[in-house]
Design a protein around this ligand. Structure first.
Ligand SMILES: [Fe+2]
Length: 236
């Protein structure tokens, strides 16, 4: 298990460490992340899905206290293990107020957050950044060294905007917001990978991800909503 666990470590700094879990169900593959605050041993999980055994094993092996669930958005593939973890660990659940208002949400221990609100995990501060576009109230969470982006941006592209409550115009604005507020040295941890291992610095996306490179809103909207996209995972 030690070897397996070391493969899951994305990074460790003075204050916290981040573990990456690849969780799968048939063709569905998501990444969920566990942030551990070093001193308090409190932990937050981001978008728990598909494989509760894998998640619970990690919590037990690390001997951490799972106090917090952070949700980037309410799509099923990002939240389907929330209730299992609620029953077992009784954490607080955080979803953006906009997302709750639009789609509805009845998780126990539910907390609504707004833009730039800070969630404390021991000595670790996690900031919520609203990034609508993939859904009405999608959010990213960032700390000193990392940003967790759900389906807003991937290393290779950005989330689809043709779903209920999606908006390519808002996605454009959200990407500009990420460029404006987030240090390019931060590592990016998305909800999915399409070839690149999560953890690339934001700088890499700014220089290579086509959705970061398009700086005219009209072009962006037309490109994001194009009909001749071979499949939704072919970003270019
Ligand atoms: Fe999604």
């Amino acid at each position: 298990m030690l070897q397996k666990m070391s493969n899951m470590i994305s990074y460790i700094n003075k204050q916290n460490s981040v573990y990456r879990l690849k969780v799968e169900f048939f063709n569905f593959v998501n990444y969920t992340y566990v942030i551990v605050d070093k001193n308090s041993r409190q932990a937050a999980i981001i978008d728990p899905a598909w494989d509760s055994n894998k998640i619970i094993s990690l919590v037990n092996e690390l001997d951490i206290k799972l106090t917090t669930i952070l949700i980037t958005h309410l799509h099923y593939d990002h939240v389907n293990m929330v209730n299992v973890l609620l029953d077992k660990f009784h954490p607080q659940v955080y979803v953006s107020a906009k997302e709750i208002d639009y789609y509805g949400c009845d998780f126990k221990n539910l907390n609504a957050f707004n833009d730039f609100e800070i969630i404390n995990l021991g000595n670790t501060q996690i900031t919520c950044l609203l990034t609508s576009g993939h859904t009405v109230g999608s959010a990213c969470f960032f700390m000193s060294d990392s940003i967790f982006t759900g389906d807003t941006v991937f290393i290779e592209g950005c989330g689809i905007c043709a779903t209920v409550g999606g908006s390519a115009e808002e996605m454009f604005e959200s990407i500009q917001k990420i460029k404006k507020y987030i240090n390019p040295d931060l590592r990016v941890f998305p909800g999915h990978s399409y070839g690149k291992i999560p953890g690339y610095p934001l700088r890499y996306l700014i220089e290579n991800n086509i959705y970061f490179l398009i700086d005219k809103k009209e072009y962006f909207i037309n490109f994001r909503m194009r009909e001749n996209q071979k499949n939704i995972y072919k970003f270019v």
